[in-house]
Design a protein. Structure first.
Length: 408
């Protein structure tokens, strides 16, 4: 089929006015000016979207659809440890059926907001076969062994079994040791080892809150007290920053290389020597920033410019609705730009398209409109009054037309 629109925003060069995209099966096969595309692919079905911008579907690089049903349930707390107590109390009320409904509702909402690919962490990988995902999904099994560190290997192996059964042909799978305060070094190392061997992705939460920093660096604070109260061994606290601990757990010996390829969520809390480590170590991980969840928790400022200038690939994610109001990446781009006025609308859009494709290990097929890329496309109204990227970032409605994996 050929899809024509007022403008094609390819994220692969300047936007193409009166452009068209040719799609065959689940792939884009050609893109250019409409007259050229229609001449090269004559006889194909034509879909004319009229006064719209056609762009790559958006990529949410960090989300927990398990908690879609917790929208508005937890008011912001004074302490991060208090928030964890609150979400644990809410989770205790939920059944497997509630989680299934929550995940299903989340997929529908993400899609309504133009998200065609999602990196979704679930604490219940065994439920995946019961979920019909209508968008491209990377399923990450979220792993916590704080109450049973002796079972780290078993936990990883069981998650792998569930993930493999559920392997979604249009996306992929991965492991997500939750965070340094809930997952043991063994759990991180086992996850890293298996992911390397089987070519899975890896993600984790790192250096999110001030309380995580004070727990690990100073051996003090509300999170330290809370984790100690539930029986966590605390001998890794009082010495190093979260980043230094992460690097020493799974990076190269001596901390000279960062754990490459990991998708690191948050990274809000960085000490001066962390920046030195990021600057001098080889290897790079990907970073996901969740602007509205960041605001909800009132975390320290995210060092966007510094991290970007050091060459880190930075994406956006919504995180879960236990700390956000909806799953719109358009709203996420706007929230991000409110705090980063120097970032252009185009750069914000890159963070939910091209950069997401890189983080998910598919830079050659995901996140742009170019021949051989997945036919994951969305259309939004375009009046052409302002810059097209500005119009896209300002868009605030449901996305009425999209293709996911070539299907409309
Ligand atoms: Zn998260």
């Amino acid at each position: 089929m050929i899809i024509r629109a007022r403008v094609i925003v390819t994220m692969d060069g300047p936007p193409i006015e009166n452009g068209a995209v040719a799609v065959s099966g689940n792939r884009i096969i050609d893109v250019g000016k409409f007259p050229e595309i229609s001449a090269r692919h004559s006889g194909q079905q034509l879909i004319d979207l009229g006064e719209q911008a056609l762009l790559p579907g958006l990529i949410n690089a960090h989300c927990h659809l398990d908690y879609t049903c917790l929208r508005g349930q937890i008011p912001p707390k004074k302490s991060f440890a208090d928030w964890i107590r609150s979400i644990n109390a809410e989770k205790a009320k939920l059944s497997a059926q509630d989680y299934l409904a929550s995940i299903t509702e989340g997929f529908a909402e993400a899609k309504r907001f133009g998200t065609t690919t999602i990196a979704n962490l679930t604490a219940f990988p065994e439920l995946i076969p019961q979920v019909a995902s209508s968008i491209r999904t990377w399923w990450f099994a979220e792993l916590i062994d704080v109450r049973s560190p002796e079972r780290a290997n078993e936990l990883v192996d069981r998650a792998i079994g569930a993930l493999k059964q559920a392997r979604d042909s249009s996306g992929g799978i991965g492991l997500a040791p939750h965070a340094l305060f809930t997952a043991s070094t063994n759990l991180y190392r086992r996850s890293e080892e298996i992911a390397q061997r089987e070519n899975f992705l890896l993600t984790t939460h790192l250096a999110e809150s001030r309380e995580e920093m004070s727990m690990f660096r100073d051996g003090a604070g509300p999170l330290y007290d809370f984790m100690r109260s539930i029986g966590r061994p605390m001998d890794d606290c009082g010495h190093r920053t979260p980043l230094a601990l992460f690097v020493s757990a799974i990076g190269a010996p001596g901390g000279r290389a960062l754990p490459a390829g990991w998708i690191v969520a948050h990274l809000n809390e960085l000490a001066k020597r962390d920046f030195e480590l990021l600057e001098t170590s080889s290897g790079k991980f990907h970073v996901v920033h969740s602007p509205r969840s960041h605001d909800y928790f009132a975390h320290s400022a995210f060092a966007f410019e510094t991290l970007r200038d050091l060459g880190f690939n930075i994406c956006l994610g919504t995180d879960s609705l236990a700390s956000n109001e909806n799953l719109s990446l358009f709203a996420e781009m706007r929230a991000f730009r409110r705090g980063e006025a120097a970032v252009s609308p185009k750069e914000a859009l890159e963070m939910v398209t091209v950069n997401g494709g890189r983080a998910l290990g598919r830079p050659q097929i995901l996140g742009r409109i170019r021949a051989n890329y997945f036919a994951d496309l969305i259309a939004i109204p375009c009046r052409g009054i302002t810059d097209v990227f500005e119009e896209i970032v300002a868009f605030d409605g449901p996305v009425d037309w999209m293709t996911v994996n070539g299907r409309i």
